[in-house]
Design a binder for this molecule. Sequence first.
Ligand code: ADP
Ligand code: MG
Length: 256
Amino acid sequence: MGYVIALANQKGGVGKTTTSVNLGACLADAGKKVLLIDLDPQGNATSGLGIDKKDIDESVYDVLINDVDLKKVILHSSHQGLDIVPTTIALSGAEVELTNLMARETRLKDAFGDVKDEYDYILIDCPPSLGLLTINAFTACDSILIPVQSEYYALEGLSQLLNTIKLVRKHFNSALKIEGVLLTMYDKRTNLGQQVNAEVKKYFGDQVYETIIPRNVRLSEAPSHGQAIVDYDKRSTGAKVYQQLAKEVLARHGKK
Ligand code: ADP
Ligand code: MG
């Protein structure tokens, strides 16, 4: 049965999508069958994995709103072994449309069916908000991976996120766990990086991954080529750190 991890932080630009795409690709390279669900209307994971808008017939929007079978919308991404449930900008209307639907918080979970049996890992790239799309992700997942950007006020807003997690645990998903906390866009040339690292560790303890994602320009170039970093530049620092993160995630799951 597939293990479902949501990548979430209501702040934009902290590395959710970059981590979804590249952790997904590296887990696939480790021999796992991986599905990435793009739950952000911006569709950066969809385009970043080489999916052309023209090739999207139905998307995660239709799954959530029109009861389309999740299996029917799965596409192969540009990375071998990594499948994707694409999104389109139509999803931006879903936040409002969901409000009027029955079981509005559990629609993604209810849509999984036997798709879960076909994958080892299912990653959900969440939008930068704590609205109904993110609630759907938290209700459908086993755990949440929180990317935290290494910057001033890195922890700001995280109490809201933790509060949302608490509420989802109470009402929809009592087994919901925190998968881990990942420091991203770390700049080792400044003291700030080290300060933020210490602060985040103080708050989250050993939930913080030992792997830290540095700033690496290759990571920001790869999406415009529709490729995961391991395909765009296998020898880059970005590729190496995401391979290391995949190893650490697998080790935590006891599946070295
Ligand atoms: P989010 O999904 O949280 O909004 P993204 O993953 O899209 O964040 O990252 C925001 C921007 O920063 C993107 O342009 C991305 O390419 C870039 N980026 C992400 N991680 C790194 C990194 N480690 N080094 C350099 N650029 C990065
Ligand atoms: Mg994103």
